[in-house]
Write a protein that binds this ligand. Structure first.
Ligand SMILES: Cc1cc2nc3c(=O)[nH]c(=O)nc-3n(C[C@H](O)[C@H](O)[C@H](O)COP(=O)(O)O)c2cc1C
Length: 250
């Protein structure tokens, strides 16, 4: 996934799109990329579909010529898996100079063919941007400081890549515990009121951050492995729940 590493440091959400559709060749390339996505959990069946405006509606929706609709089996871990997979598309589209924005509240209309075994999870709007597709430098990211989201002083370069990840309402619900041989990823437990709204989206966000960590670790030649670490799971920082760990070779 070396080809998407650079995009981590320049990508941004694009919310204004030209009306015109992308040409057929570009859409074919986008479709071909589906088959190349690395899942977090290979046992979870997923499907991506390109849709058009008339088939997508919903709260806070934005107008784009195309939408990627992500469908998945509802199995444990399916939300981080969706974040992990669809963020590869977000970064690839950015690398191709195509604008994109995650849409947490859009829904496909009844016209989309339904597979009874797969549920709709989330949407990524995409198309040719009106205006910039890339940030010029890192100072243009509005993000928490690394000291707020991390304990330990190892692998700060990898955590920096995850710090820049997009998240719903930019809430950045993640926390990292770094050790020499691994990084543990945790996600904030939403309060009572926020649970309804955010729990699902926060889980998707945590998969996005994990993808950024993984891509950066691969790029650094650390042969990353994503694992579930019992000890890390049993000892979360106060107010957080465990997501996954990334083991690295040193
Ligand atoms: C899971 C998820 C859902 C999101 N939903 C929306 C949305 O419904 N509408 C919107 O305008 N932006 C949405 N965003 C984009 C975030 O607001 C954006 O990623 C965040 O503010 C950081 O800005 P950046 O992507 O430009 O770095 C979503 C992002 C994620 C990861």
């Amino acid at each position: 996934m070396n080809d998407i590493y650079e995009a981590i440091f320049s990508r941004m959400s694009v919310r204004k799109f030209k009306k015109e559709k992308l040409n057929g060749e570009t859409l074919e390339t986008v479709e071909r990329l589906f088959g190349e996505l690395k899942p977090l959990d290979e046992s979870i069946k997923t499907r991506l579909e390109i849709s058009t405006d008339s088939r997508v509606s919903g709260l806070f929706s934005i107008k784009a010529p195309h939408y990627l609709l992500f469908f998945s089996e509802d199995k444990p871990g399916y939300l981080p898996n969706a974040g992990f997979m669809l963020q590869q598309m977000d970064l690839r589209l950015s690398a191709m100079g195509i604008g994109a924005c995650w849409l947490g509240f859009a829904k496909p209309s009844g016209e989309v063919p339904k597979d009874p075994n797969l549920e709709f999870v989330i949407t990524l709007a995409f198309g040719e941007a009106v205006g910039e597709v890339h940030r010029k430098d890192r100072s243009q990211f509005r993000r928490k400081e690394i000291t707020e989201i991390c304990r330990g002083d190892q692998h700060l370069g990898l955590i920096e890549a995850a710090r820049l990840a997009p998240s719903a309402t930019n809430s950045q619900p993640w926390f990292f515990v770094s050790k020499r041989e691994k990084i543990d990823l945790y996600c904030v437990k939403p309060g009572f009121i926020k649970t309804l709204f955010y729990k699902r989206l926060n889980e998707i966000d945590s998969g996005i951050a994990l993808l950024h960590l993984f891509v950066a670790a691969e790029r650094a030649g650390l042969a990353p492995k994503i694992v579930i670490d019992r000890d890390a799971m049993d000892n979360p920082p106060e107010g957080y729940y465990y997501v996954r760990s990334i083991e690295v070779e040193r």
